[in-house]
Design a protein around this ligand. Structure first.
Ligand code: NOJ
Length: 539
């Protein structure tokens, strides 16, 4: 089985994982220090490291000014090479971010492009004349607030930026620009990376005529949560033009050329698309685009058994034959799961994530049930939150907690972390939870080990179970491969309940989210305590 189907991916936000240098910001040598934790303590198979490339940090690395170098804040290329070598020595794959939709405004390509209308690389970006009244060329909006167009006074034209004005959109319709951005992939592939997480991929191709978006009379959210004024338009023309498929096939070809059998390189794509059919289109008609278009369905689902089951079943049904599913419960852009649904239900969520069919992506700190940390306005860092009130992402980006010491062991004791560590450090840290037989970390480790050990879990078919004996607060599904059959029963309520399954021959309880029982079960059903989930073998 190819590794990216089998392995669990762990997302590291490098600013926040481990600061080895003492400047309050995490770095690559810090990640290197923690590889044993990832490989041996936790037991994940791959790490995805969010951007560590040269950047003015207007969007904390998602504004890249040199795609082929490491920002000094995070270390050096030699540190990266060492990281890949050491990760591989421990059997860990390394996935890096790829930011194709926009560069930094400090990238030499943009600096050259904005120098004059005749600049050879002017067309690497999207430029248009103002309307006769001087206003922007069309009505497109930036996700991060305001118009998506910024006037460049010197040359008298506007440039497009889907995100910050410091993140000018790259023009993938220009063949030289496209070739240059594809070369970035080759640079990292040659350094041994195992794949890419492709940032905001569906924005890469827009309407070539740059037509206005129509108004959204219903004002429903464009994505999974309200984005303010952005939701007052229907985003028909500024995203996901059909030519995008051609770009994804180009990217995929570069990866396929680099990966022989046994060393396949993975293409994971980030887009907030919640309609399973639209999302699944990005596997490609011949499965020749993304291996894993991120499935964010669980981020949007109301935390109720039926709602979650519906999201999973609809997605499973939409998957093209031969494609492989994936699930995400959190990342650096989303409120933490433990804050969204509470710590008890976060254990259910972890069991769900690690027992569903498909590749799970686990956000750093969720294995400890880290919470969002409230950030006082004078310490706010995220530009989005500064532009649009309530949309800041600092709370989910706070330092990883390694121990109960100063700054939770994230940085040397005399350093000040770039974001506050937050409360509850005594309880929510790796050292405190590692040997606690009932901790969230222990649960996560148990589930990861179980997933590695059981073919039903890492490879088996999925089927949700319908039965009148299942209370509506419970979600029950089976996984099955060859002779290996397991049943997962999750109680989404904070009341006890009984799952009655007459005729179903339950075998052994392998793990409960409460971590206090296992062993043989009788016929016909099982009792679940409040917020309890169980993985059970079937005979
Ligand atoms: C999605 C990334 O996950 C987010 O953090 C970033 O701000 C935008 N893309 C822009 O690159």
């Amino acid at each position: 089985m190819v590794w990216w189907r089998h392995d669990v991916v762990y997302q590291i936000y490098p600013r926040s994982f481990r600061d080895s240098s003492g400047d309050g910001v995490g770095d690559l040598p810090g990640i290197l220090e923690k590889l044993d934790y990832l490989a041996d303590v936790l037991g994940v198979g791959a790490v995805w490291i969010s951007p560590f490339f040269r950047s003015p940090m207007a969007d904390f690395g998602y504004d890249v000014s040199d795609y082929c170098d490491v920002d000094p804040l995070f270390g050096t290329l030699a540190d990266f090479d060492r990281l890949v070598k050491e990760a591989h020595a421990r059997g860990l794959k390394v996935i890096v971010d790829y930011v194709p939709n926009h560069t930094s405004d400090q990238h030499p390509w943009f600096v050259e492009a904005r120098a004059s209308r005749e600049a050879p690389r002017r067309d690497f970006y999207v430029w248009r004349d103002p309307k006769p009244d001087g206003s922007p060329p069309n009505n497109w909006l930036s996700i991060f607030g305001g118009s998506a167009w910024e006037l460049d006074e010197a040359t008298g034209q506007y440039y497009l930026h889907t995100f910050l004005k410091q993140q000018p959109d790259f023009n993938w319709r220009n063949p030289a620009a496209r070739a240059a951005m594809l070369d970035v992939l080759r640079f990292w592939l040659a350094r041994g990376v195992d794949g890419f997480r492709i940032d905001a991929f569906h924005f890469v191709m827009k309407d070539p005529e740059l037509r206005d978006n129509p108004p959204n009379a219903a004002a429903h959210a464009a994505f999974h949560r309200g984005l303010g004024a952005y939701d007052l338009q229907l985003h028909v023309h500024d995203v996901a033009h059909p030519d995008l498929h051609d770009v994804l096939r180009d990217i995929r070809r570069v990866l396929d050329d680099a990966g022989a059998e046994g060393s396949e390189r993975v293409a994971i794509g980030e887009a907030h698309i919640y309609d399973p059919h639209r999302l699944c289109a990005y596997y490609g008609a011949a499965l020749d685009e993304l291996h894993l278009p991120f499935n964010f369905g669980l981020l949007k689902a109301a935390w109720q058994a039926r709602a979650v089951r519906t999201v999973v079943d609809a997605y499973e049904a939409a998957l093209p034959p031969g494609s492989w599913p994936n699930y995400v419960l959190g990342n650096h852009d989303e409120p933490r799961i433990a804050s969204r649904i509470g710590e008890d239900q976060a254990r259910i969520a972890m069991m769900l994530l690690l027992t569903l069919r498909g590749t799970p992506t686990l956000y750093y700190g969720d294995e400890l049930a880290m919470h969002d940390v409230p950030i006082p306005p004078d310490q706010a860092q995220d530009p989005w939150g500064k532009n649009v009130e309530g949309l800041g992402r600092d709370p989910e980006r706070t330092p990883m907690r390694w121990d109960a010491g100063p700054s939770a062991g994230f940085c040397p004791p005399d350093a000040v972390p770039w974001l506050p560590v937050g409360g509850d450090v005594d309880r929510i840290n790796v050292a405190a939870q590692r040997d606690d037989p009932r901790s969230m970390l222990t649960l996560t480790r148990r589930l990861l080990a179980l997933r590695r050990a059981r073919e039903a879990l890492f490879a088996g078919a999925y089927a949700s179970v319908d039965h009148e004996g299942i209370p509506e607060t419970c979600y029950v599904f089976t996984r099955e491969a060859g002779g290996d059959r397991v049943l997962v029963a999750l109680n989404f309520s904070n009341d006890a309940c009984e799952v009655r399954l007459p005729g179903v021959r339950l075998g052994e309880l392998l793990v409960s989210t409460h971590l206090d029982r296992e062993g043989a079960l009788g016929e016909g059903g099982l009792e679940l305590r409040p917020a309890e989930g169980c993985v059970v073998t079937l005979r």
